[in-house]
Design a protein around this ligand. Structure first.
Ligand code: FES
Length: 186
């Protein structure tokens, strides 16, 4: 974003201020805020007003109830953000690497101190379908994570593939915690 200097003899007025404000609004980063009561799970196949495609996206985690997940679009890709239950965390941590198709510990897939949050790219690693499991009515498969409706791959509560044909775990999204209840993806 480049700033434009005012022409000679013209001081910045209300219109210039308005333009600057619009530039700020159009910046690469945006925050997503949603009321807890008005935030059912977002259908991963139908991006809505709550879904933005931007260079980086800030997401308020507070409205996401325990046991539920949302989808946020980031750079054209669905990001799954799941608020895991204690049982789901334990199930993910108790798995031995020998049980896994694509061995990776749960600790390597979440942020220390924030293990209740799993943030992955919601694209099946087989042929790129979007797995089901974010809506309460969705099938989540035998391991309680996500189920891919295209060819039946299943993922666990850490997003690791547990049943093929998908060869790899759901990829981790690039994100950081800005506060205990807000992340920035990208
Ligand atoms: S695309 Fe998911 S199982 Fe084939």
């Amino acid at each position: 974003m480049s700033a434009t200097a005012p022409a000679a003899g013209h001081e910045p007025g209300p219109e210039a201020g308005k333009r600057d404000f619009l530039k700020l609004v159009a910046g690469a980063s945006a925050a997503i805020f949603a009321g807890a009561l008005a935030w059912p799970l977002i259908d991963s196949m139908e991006p809505s007003a709550d879904v933005l495609a931007l260079g980086s996206v800030e997401v308020e985690l507070g409205p996401i109830p325990v046991g539920q997940a949302i989808t946020v679009l980031w750079r054209g890709k669905p990001m799954f953000i799941r608020h895991r239950t204690e049982a789901e965390i334990k199930a993910a941590e108790d798995v031995t690497l020998a049980q896994l198709i694509d061995p990776q510990t749960d600790a390597d897939r979440v942020k220390a101190g924030h293990t209740q949050w799993l943030v992955v790219i919601g694209i099946c690693t087989h042929l790129g379908c979007i797995p089901l499991g974010n809506k309460p009515t969705d099938p989540r498969g035998e391991w309680g994570g996500w189920f891919c409706p295209c060819h039946g791959s299943q993922y666990d509560t850490s997003g690791r593939v547990r049943h093929g044909p998908a060869p790899l775990n759901l990829a981790l999204a690039p994100y950081e915690f800005e506060t205990d209840t807000k992340i920035k993806i990208g």
